[in-house]
Design a protein around this ligand. Structure first.
Ligand SMILES: C[S@@+](CC[C@H](N)C(=O)[O-])C[C@H]1O[C@@H](n2cnc3c(N)ncnc32)[C@H](O)[C@@H]1O
Length: 381
């Protein structure tokens, strides 16, 4: 098959032939062409950083919905691991293009499949399975958590953010068996709903899904979970599911074991989203096209790893107290000076996480903002 209308681009150290009119549509959009979105380069850079830490020699690594092969070929080319890399897409034109792209990068050993992903997953086991669909990943999660070898990793993108953010709670309930809700921290509850869904899908098969690196960026969620065998481990993971309650007037947010209000978001994952030892080892090397952004997000992930769920936003505090917000870094330092744990969060440039209750957060915001106002007035006199 001869493919026409292609142009060559470079991501990291990998060359890719992609459709000429690429990236005209938003992320995760079906256009009839072989899919390629340059805006997702950052997400692929993160996959490369993650693969450099997680992959081991000889593993079976699958890019299950590969399109041009951009992610899978970059993993094969840039992670420095000799492994059994495989790419799959049910679109024959995509399979032809990814073969061409493999040859372009002297990666002739990479296997290319042109299969329905679920049927491929039913036949083979992999150490790493990447699922990067148009919109929701729900069609593939059950097959992926079964096909993944013990101690392997399943990586999933979800671009159906509107239902997960709380815009369409009924759609979220149908897809993920979980109710979403709007709130200032809805990006975090959306991600936690997705993780909770994967945890429940794995638990059906006596397997635990343990988050290694789960994040929100641009208009998508991305999760990397380790799959481990054992009913006891699966039970322990299920125990970390709960609900997120939010009271708009007091700003109180709380993780609860049961749903106390019909509007509470959940069930959702209440445990850690980021494993500190993983993000500590990841490096934003200069060969990555978005290395500057990667370095910044690594710093934010390292800061917030281990912090409690449900971040605050400076804007909601400013609205509630009618006091204009201080600089985020200054307020975080102030909270720390007063004995609280506090950090930035990657979810929101104006967001922060802390271990103190909402009432105290509001009080400390008021006293800090008021002291700044006093200082300003004094300096104006
Ligand atoms: C969003 S694109 C993948 C993008 C790619 N991972 C990248 O980084 O550029 C989704 C791909 O999944 C393929 N696809 C959709 N359903 C599939 C299925 N059931 N089995 C295999 N491939 C499928 C589509 O043909 C499309 O190429």
């Amino acid at each position: 098959m001869m493919l026409s209308g292609l142009t060559q681009v470079r991501e990291g150290t990998t060359d890719l032939l992609v459709p000429e009119g690429h990236s005209k549509k938003g992320p995760g959009t079906k256009t009839g062409e072989i899919f390629y979105n340059r805006q997702m380069e950052f997400g692929r850079d993160v996959s490369v950083m993650f693969g450099r830490v997680a992959f081991k020699e000889g593993q079976a690594i699958l890019d299950g919905l590969a399109a041009t092969g951009a992610r899978g070929l970059r993993l094969a080319n840039e992670c420095g691991v000799r492994a059994d890399f495989q790419l799959n897409d049910r679109d024959l034109r995509a399979a032809v293009l990814m073969k061409q792209n493999a040859e372009l990068n002297s990666l002739g050993h990479v296997k290319v499949h042109c299969r329905d992903l679920n049927s491929l997953l039913a036949e083979q086991h992999f150490d790493y399975i990447d699922i990067d669909p148009f919109g929701t990943p729900v069609d593939f999660v059950d097959a992926a958590v079964q096909s993944c070898k013990n101690d392997g990793v399943v990586a999933i993108t979800a671009t159906d953010t509107a239902p997960l953010y709380g815009g369409y709670p009924k759609t979220c309930l149908r897809r993920y068996g979980s109710l979403s809700a709007r709130s200032p921290f809805a990006h975090e509850t959306g991600l936690r709903i997705l993780v909770g869904f994967v945890v429940r899908e794995a638990a059906k098969h006596d397997r635990a899904a343990e988050p290694l690196l789960c994040f929100h960026a641009d208009h998508y969620f991305r999760i990397n979970v380790r799959i481990r065998n054992g009913a006891a481990r699966a039970d322990a993971a299920i125990k970390k599911l709960g609900y997120a309650a939010f009271d708009r007037s007091s700003l109180r947010r709380e993780i609860t074991e049961d749903r106390n209000d019909p509007k509470d978001a959940g069930p959702l994952w209440c445990g850690q989203l980021i494993a500190r030892d993983v993000v500590k080892q990841m490096a934003a090397s200069g060969d990555l096209g978005t290395s500057g952004r990667c370095a910044k997000i690594l710093e934010a992930w390292r800061d917030e790893a281990g912090m409690p769920p449900l971040f605050y936003c400076m804007d909601e505090l400013a609205r509630k107290t009618k006091l204009s917000p201080p600089k985020l870094v200054d307020f975080i330092s102030y909270l720390e000076e007063k004995g609280a744990k506090a950090s930035r969060t990657h979810f929101d440039p104006k967001g922060f996480k802390t271990d103190i209750a909402a009432k105290e957060v509001v009080q400390r915001y008021k006293s800090f903002a008021a002291s700044l106002r006093k200082k300003r007035l004094k300096s104006n006199v």
